[in-house]
Ligand binder design. Structure first.
Ligand code: NOJ
Length: 572
């Protein structure tokens, strides 16, 4: 009798005054919320065999360096076997590590060495599309009745040309490629060498689950799903309105079936192996972002949304918009769900070149400001290799210098449409993703210590001054500030789980409170090349936890912030 009552009371939550029962979802502890992710573009990190291409051995050699950064996880861009039309985002064998990176043996050592150092590994899974050299596609294109035919999307030519689909990387912008072998078109949202997999085919789903299991069995800790919000398609391929490509996300993202695919992955892999998961893109609005990541839905661990990272590409970008966007995202996720915080990755030009100023006068101080920001927000921070040094754009000026398929094909498309090549090149020089892919700058030598051979992409000449060796020695360097910031985050849960509150300030000042279990900190960023004043008379602080200048000048309760000054104050 009593035990029955007890069960009922328990079910009603009578005894749920313990800490866990009352903790809101965003404050429930998870390793991946506490993680600081360091993204490595393996091709550009460190080459140990002189072929000009970074390799796994190079990453292993630098694991102590990586650990010294205070990061806790590494996301590796794809290292599988690939013909490399899109540098690994066109996979020809999902279970093989490319020989140019050192093959599976090197990978197994990497995994072991990372885990020894308590570093987690996140693998990039590219299954919206495969390479056209994948055996599935080779079989699929060989005849209309091949068992692999339906692994991809085909449209028989006798039905006429299929309705227009925009391709992000095609040199004509056309996502349908005609294949004479079977007189049919196949679909490729990216380049023609990257045919889209047909997720409405149950066999494709099974194959992917098996692939994920293969890596989870090996012991990887997380998956980043490339372009996955595009995976589901209406296979009748209806006509989209004229000009839809200007806003193609509305038509390509989050189509029917996508949640089922994610749930399948969660049930079969993510939950069973306790791995974290993040998909590129977070739907078309906040509701869809939540539907991807709220814990009770059992799909993904966290959202990776583009609103902020895309800002500098837009006309009229300003610090005011920056803080508005981040505040909106934080507010939307203050109770449920979890987001990624990032301002750079392998698809973007360099952090300081886009968001602040890469001229010597402000490069270091503004890089430190951006790191103070990235590492003091709620959400899992993702930092991109080289940003810890304040690496800058390389600013190519001719098309021959580029390697990136998207830049090269967009250039061709621009010319074939009668556009102006010069204007295109000017834009690409600032925004092409090759800017963010130049080799890591280890030392001041000509090749930056990246390789003894010819680097696949030139080393930025400024490796003479911007490099690991120089910054290691300088206590005031961006690198050492970065380390201080990761240490601060790791030792202050308020920076991870704390609530966020924006202060009403002048546009160029971004100031926010973080508070958690009685601890309160105030983050103040002067996102400007000018001095700015902020009234702090309502805040009493005991310590300056971090500062990218020697001092914080105050007078009459006001702080006089220097250009790009960034401080975190511990409040009383
Ligand atoms: C998104 C990746 O981040 C990008 O680098 C790649 O080119 C495309 N997806 C295609 O896989």
């Amino acid at each position: 009798m009593y035990s029955k009552i007890l069960v009922i009371l328990l079910a009603l939550g009578f005894f749920s005054c313990g800490p866990t029962a009352q903790v809101k979802e965003t404050q429930q502890k998870k390793w991946w919320k506490e993680a600081i992710v360091y993204q490595i573009y393996p091709r550009s990190f460190k080459d140990t065999d002189g072929d000009g291409i970074g390799d796994i051995k190079g990453i292993i050699e630098e694991l102590d360096y990586i650990k010294s950064l205070g990061v806790t996880a590494i996301w590796l861009n794809p290292i599988y076997e690939s013909p490399n039309f899109d540098n690994g985002y066109d996979v020809s064998d999902y279970r093989a590590i490319a020989e140019e990176y050192g093959g599976m043996e090197a990978f197994d050592t990497l995994l072991e060495e990372m885990h020894k150092r308590d570093l987690k590994i996140i693998m990039d899974i590219v299954v919206n599309h495969s390479s056209w050299e994948h055996p599935w596609f080779k079989a699929s294109r060989s005849s209309r009745d091949n068992p692999y035919r339906d692994y991809y999307h085909w449209w028989p030519a006798e039905k006429g040309k299929p309705n227009y689909r925009y391709s992000l990387f095609d040199d004509k912008g056309d996502a349908w490629a005609y294949d004479s072998i079977t007189d049919a078109y196949y679909l490729h949202y990216f380049a023609k060498q990257q045919p889209d997999l047909n997720w409405s085919n149950p066999k494709v789903k099974e194959e992917v689950v098996d692939i994920l299991k293969f890596w989870a069995e090996k012991g990887v800790d997380g998956f980043r799903l490339d372009a996955f919000q595009f995976a589901a398609k209406d296979t009748t391929f209806p006509k989209f309105p004229e000009g839809y490509e200007k806003d193609f996300i509305q038509y390509y993202a989050m189509q029917e079936g996508l949640h089922d695919y994610l749930k399948l992955m969660y049930d079969e892999v993510f939950s069973k192996y306790n791995v974290m998961s993040v998909a590129e893109g977070a739907g078309r609005n906040f509701k869809e972002a939540h539907e991807l990541v709220d814990a009770d839905r059992n799909e993904l661990s966290m959202a990776y949304a583009f609103d902020a990272v895309d800002l500098p590409n837009k006309e009229g970008y300003s610090p005011k918009i920056f803080k508005e966007v981040f505040t909106k995202w934080d507010n939307e996720f203050s109770e449920k769900g979890w987001i990624s915080i990032f301002l750079s990755n392998h698809d973007q030009a360099r952090l300081v070149s886009r968001f602040t100023d890469d001229n010597e006068e402000f490069r270091a101080v503004s890089a430190k400001m951006l790191h103070t920001f990235l590492l003091s927000m709620r959400g899992t921070p993702y930092l991109y290799y080289g940003d810890e040094l304040g690496m800058t754009n390389i600013y190519f000026d001719s098309i021959e210098q580029y390697d990136d398929i998207s830049t090269i094909n967009s250039y061709k498309k621009t010319l074939s449409e009668g556009g102006d090549g010069e204007t295109f090149l000017k834009h690409a020089s600032k925004f092409s993703r090759d800017n963010g892919r130049t080799p890591m700058q280890w030392n001041a030598s000509e090749k930056g210590g990246f390789t003894t051979g010819t680097p696949w992409l030139p080393v930025n000449e400024n490796t003479k001054t911007i490099n690991v060796v120089a910054q290691n020695e300088d206590s005031n360097s961006i690198l050492n500030h970065f380390r201080a910031m990761t240490a601060l985050r790791t030792s202050n849960p308020v920076l991870i789980y704390g609530d966020y509150e924006l202060l009403d300030t002048e546009d160029q000042i971004y100031a926010y409170l973080r508070s958690y279990e009685g601890q309160k900190v105030l983050v103040v960023l002067n996102y400007s090349k000018e001095d700015s004043t902020l009234d702090l008379s309502n805040y009493k602080w005991s310590d300056i936890l971090i500062n990218n200048y020697q001092d914080l000048e105050t007078a009459d309760g006001k702080a006089v912030l220097k250009p790009y000054q960034a401080v975190i104050l511990k409040l009383k």
